[in-house]
Design a protein around this ligand. Structure first.
Ligand code: PMP
Length: 429
């Protein structure tokens, strides 16, 4: 198709090589509705990425379009920084309706913007201001964004004070055991870092985690581990930041994914679906943390009225129509059917997820055949590999298995240089 080919050619010639999956997807979307995207070549595609998680109601849902049109037709200003407006008032009211019970009634919101990464940075700034401390605990495999602080928490290479800890997972458990035991070891690792005065982070400003890791490979954290992180942080007065940028607005089968575990975070980082497909990012936090001076956090694009209107319509629709429950039902059907397929096809290494946030790990067929072998090798490496404070260290470079080598594995966990005792990546003591 000439239009299609021309657009694809020009785009790949002019756009930066940093483009992501678009490089391998020769699709030129011209129309979209619900789950379906239609290409310039007339083909139809199912959008399993859901607009990178922004489309809680699918593409161009009528209630979202109607809300946007209403603002446009009303002559309301489209951009007003953080002045009060009726559109913003409606958004905050609806957002506060949805908050987990532990936060509702004690919450404040700060508009950030316009991307999730801006809200992550705002959360870091807030907890540093509120605690007067430095240092952020983050987890292996995390993705929090692409600005310096957020990138460091995602395993980047900027010089901010972030320590990365093991995130529990079954399929590629850094301790080689998976299940409850793996989650227990991961939790104990976190405790031991906090108890070690030489770690450099005995008393950090905050801990940030995703209740289901998204970019890390759709890895749901066990509820027990999340409660443990809540307990560990509460005992030490460390604010807990839940990054619900990707997990929010019903996708995981609860309005906010932390609700599955009953954990109330001190700060929630929200973006993507809260803007009903338009750019919008906020943090919501317990009001006692509000240590900011006037003007302490700013940014030009915090006042996007169209995004707030689209967001209000989306949040209200999800809440009123109990779409989180629907995602839980459909998700469990989908998971069990995908698991049946995993039994049939050796290229499916793992199927995991929560609600309709689901990942299928596609592997070299040979890998599933050797996975039991690699776990055994992993365990052996664990036993032979030195110790952290009161714990076996995860397998190091010599102990790692081919599985881990492919995925990054424990070497990619961001263990502080020179061993656990040095505590922080690139930080001064
Ligand atoms: N946090 C999480 C959990 C995310 O998934 C993302 C984006 N994928 C971000 C933060 C960053 O959001 P943005 O791309 O809008 O900056």
């Amino acid at each position: 198709h000439p239009v299609h080919e021309g657009i694809l050619r020009r785009q790949s010639a002019r756009e930066s090589a940093a483009r992501t999956y678009a490089r391998a997807l020769p699709i030129v979307p011209v129309r979209a509705r619900g789950l379906t995207i239609e290409g310039a070549d007339g083909r139809r595609y199912l959008d399993c990425l859901s607009g990178a998680g922004t489309l809680a109601l699918g593409h161009n849902h009528p209630v979202v379009l109607e809300a946007i049109r209403k603002v446009l037709d009303s002559g309301a200003p489209l951009h007003v920084l953080d002045l009060a407006t009726p559109v913003k008032d409606a958004f905050i009211t609806e957002l506060f309706h949805t908050l987990p019970p532990g936060l509702a009634g004690h919450a404040r919101v700060q508009f950030c913007g316009p991307a999730g990464t801006d809200a992550v940075e705002a959360a870091f700034k807030l907890v540093r201001a509120a605690t007067g401390r430095n240092g952020i605990l983050a987890f292996s495999g995390a993705y929090h964004g692409m600005t310096a602080g957020a990138l460091e928490a995602s395993g980047g290479a900027f010089d901010v004070r972030v320590a990365r800890l093991p995130y529990p997972q079954d399929y590629r458990c850094p301790f080689g055991v998976g299940g409850e035991r793996g989650a227990e070891l991961a939790a104990r690792w976190t405790e031991s870092v906090l108890e070690d005065p030489k770690s450099g982070v005995p008393h950090p400003a905050g801990m940030i985690l995703e209740p289901v890791q998204g970019e890390g490979g759709v890895i749901p954290a066990p509820d027990g581990w999340l409660r443990r992180m809540r307990q560990i942080t509460a005992d030490r007065s460390i604010p807990l930041i839940a990054d619900e940028v990707q997990t929010g607005v019903g996708r995981t089968g609860a309005f906010w994914a932390v609700e599955h575990s009953g954990v109330t975070p001190d700060v929630m980082v929200l973006s993507k679906a809260i803007g009903g497909s338009l750019p919008l990012a906020v943090i919501v936090y317990r009001d006692e943390l509000d240590a900011w001076q006037p003007g302490a956090h700013a940014g030009t694009f915090r006042g996007n009225q169209l995004a707030m209107a689209a967001g209000t319509a989306t949040l209200a629709y999800v809440r009123e129509n109990r779409l989180a429950e629907r995602a839980a039902e459909l998700g469990s059907q989908m998971l069990s059917q995908l698991r049946e397929l995993a039994g049939e096809f050796t290229c499916i290494g793992d199927v995991r997820g929560r609600g309709l946030m689901i990942g299928v790990e596609v592997v070299e067929p040979v890998e599933s055949a050797r996975s039991e072998g690699s776990r055994t090798a992993n365990r052996a490496a664990l036993e032979g590999a030195g110790s952290g404070p009161g714990l076996s260290a995860p397998p190091g470079r010599h102990g790692r298995t081919p599985d881990q080598a492919e995925f990054g594995g424990p070497d990619d966990l961001g263990w502080p240089r020179g061993g656990l005792a040095s505590g922080l990546v690139g930080a001064d003591p």
